[in-house]
Design a protein around this ligand. Structure first.
Ligand SMILES: Nc1nc2c(c(=O)[nH]1)N[C@H]1C(S)=C(S)[C@@H](COP(=O)(O)O)O[C@H]1N2
Ligand SMILES: [Mo]
Length: 532
């Protein structure tokens, strides 16, 4: 062994690995904190977990424009991206706190506790928070993480070697590796346990949904006209299957509501007779069955956030009348109906429209089955002709009659319009953008909608040519979209196809492009294709 070999090599190696080992300890502590917190949340309430709570708080504070951008960019994956983002940020902080703990054990551990406070505050601040127990997951997780970081940091190699001969001083590699491995295994175990528990949490809800038998509607919908569906490949199906129906909501965890424990309360200004209804109360009433096309205000021109389903439910206007509610035009004091969901969402609809004779309903069924959980089981509201954010409250549990002056609902507080009838729109489903059809007859086809007004005409323009009338498919109802097709004699080269619809009030879909905020996008959909 040369002299050189006697220099404090192991010690400097020990010192050099202190920082990465510290960071690793931070990561392990963060993982343990999350695993404990999320499995505690699974046992208490999935929504109380720090990731979901912080994510929910972030969604509520996201400016409309950013939310819009997120929906546009990530589509239905927006919530997944948000949660991965939160995890990435947490991982960075965990690494930093671990590195800090190398020198300052207490401060590093204290930092982990501080994150617990943030998670707890977010959970308690959620509109659906059920009380102080919601803070528990974050607090327990943070304590576990802080203790672990403190212990692991204590097992790191000592900062400086005085005697190079003493190999193991301050650095018990075996104990560190053991502790770290045990921590990782325990975290993984807690994570698995959490998953199992959260699966069990919704068991009553799942059973209650399986036990629902929808009674036959007293007022059935007529069969969809056979010719409502154009026979052109690439056009959306006239009825959107539940599995393909777009989903837009703020829920990071889909609420699983037990229908047997569910109640709906109707109260507020001008409600002479308050009511609290059970799910069975609703099923015992006369049910109506209607085809209604639902649209999201965040749908871009040509976008996918529109779907058509056959809904079964209770006429909302009848129920309100039984409670003594009168619309403003008949002297009622309330002009706004605020629907509240089990997850704290508030959606405000105009009482006048809800009671003007249209088929506003409390829906219990969608395309022949109880509402899917993601679409509002056990009960959601629908008002034909209004965007979802002002009409279609999912997981509804409370209806309050009030005024637009007195109360701003969730989205209105975030820059969206108080009232938002659906704008007349049309979309080219086929050909797809940048398609390369062969010259000759090319079928252009798609959908157009102006719910509760109806579609009377759809026209197509090729490049800067004249508007040419498309063939309308049969109309199902004026509350549904309408399909159309156009046999285009396509000539070689690049072409731009534009569509516009005219609704039954005679209004032609405007070419003026607006953003989705505050009351829905306007403008015309066009598709660029190259004909070979
Ligand atoms: N509880 C609750 N209901 C809600 C929402 C929500 O975020 N939470 N989003 C609304 C919006 S913006 C739309 S467009 C429709 C979408 O309904 P769907 O997801 O069934 O298509 O639900 C509405 N109801
Ligand atoms: Mo929406």
């Amino acid at each position: 062994m040369s002299d050189h070999d006697k220099t404090p090599r192991t010690s400097s190696a020990g010192t050099r690995i202190r920082l990465p080992l510290g960071a690793l300890s931070g990561l392990l502590a963060g993982g343990a904190a999350l695993a404990v917190a999320e499995s505690a949340a699974a046992a208490v309430r999935p929504q109380a977990g720090p990731v979901v709570a912080v994510g929910g708080a972030a969604i509520d504070r996201t400016p409309a424009a950013v939310k819009d951008w997120a929906i546009r960019t990530f589509g239905s994956d927006d919530k997944l991206v948000l949660q991965l983002g939160i995890l990435a940020v947490l991982a960075l902080f965990a690494l930093a706190l671990g590195a800090l703990a190398v020198r300052h054990r207490r401060t590093g551990a204290g930092g982990v506790l501080a994150f617990g406070v943030v998670g707890a505050a977010a959970a308690l601040g959620r509109p659906d928070s059920t009380g102080v127990t919601d803070a528990l997951p974050s607090v327990l997780g943070a304590i576990a993480g802080a203790v672990l970081l403190y212990v692991l940091a204590g097992l790191l190699p000592a900062p400086r070697r005085t005697d190079p001969g003493e190999r193991g001083e301050g650095w018990d590699r075996r104990r560190f590796v053991l502790a770290a491995t045990a921590a990782a295994a325990a975290s993984a175990g807690a994570g698995v346990l959490g998953r199992a528990l959260s699966g069990a949490g919704g068991r009553e809800a799942v059973a209650s949904r399986e036990n629902v038998t929808l009674p036959p509607p007293g007022s059935p919908a007529p069969a969809v006209p056979r010719r409502a569906q154009v026979r052109v490949e690439g056009v959306s199906p006239f009825i959107t299957p539940n599995g393909d129906f777009y989903r837009v909501d703020t829920a990071l965890v889909v609420p699983k509501v037990d229908a047997t424990a569910w109640r709906l309360r109707v109260h507020g200004d001008g409600v002479a007779r308050e009511k609290t209804l059970t799910f069975d109360d609703l099923l015992r009433r006369e049910l109506i069955e209607r085809d209604i096309t639902l649209t999201c205000v965040s749908n871009e021109v040509g976008g996918p956030y529109v779907g058509n389903a056959r809904w079964i439910g209770v006429r909302l206007a009848d129920l309100l009348e039984e409670c003594g509610v009168r619309p403003p035009s008949k002297g009622g004091p309330a002009d706004q109906l605020v629907a509240r969901s089990v997850d704290g969402m508030t959606i405000g609809s105009p009482v006048e429209e809800v009671m003007d004779g249209r088929d506003a309903m409390l829906a219990v069924g969608m395309n022949g089955e109880p509402l899917p959980f993601a679409h509002g089981f056990p009960v959601r509201m629908l008002v034909p002709g209004l965007y979802g954010y002002v009409s279609a409250c999912k997981w509804i549990e409370d209806i309050e009659l009030t005024t637009f002056d007195a109360y701003d609902a969730y989205w209105v507080k975030r820059d969206w319009a108080r009232e938002a009838p659906i704008k007349t729109q049309s979309r080219i489903d086929t050909p797809k953008p940048f398609a390369r059809p062969k010259a000759g007859t090319v079928m252009v086809a798609g959908v157009a909608w102006a719910q509760h007004r109806g579609i009377d005409k759809v026209e197509i323009r090729v490049d800067d040519g004249p508007w040419q009338e498309a063939t309308l498919a049969a109309e199902d109802s004026r509350d549904t979209w309408r399909q159309w097709s156009f046999a285009w004699q396509a000539t070689k080269g690049g072409h731009n196809l534009t569509v516009r619809a005219t609704d039954r009030t005679g209004e032609v879909q405007t070419e003026k492009r607006t953003r989705t905020v505050p009351d829905g996008a306007s403008g015309r959909h066009s598709v660029v294709v190259t004909v070979d």
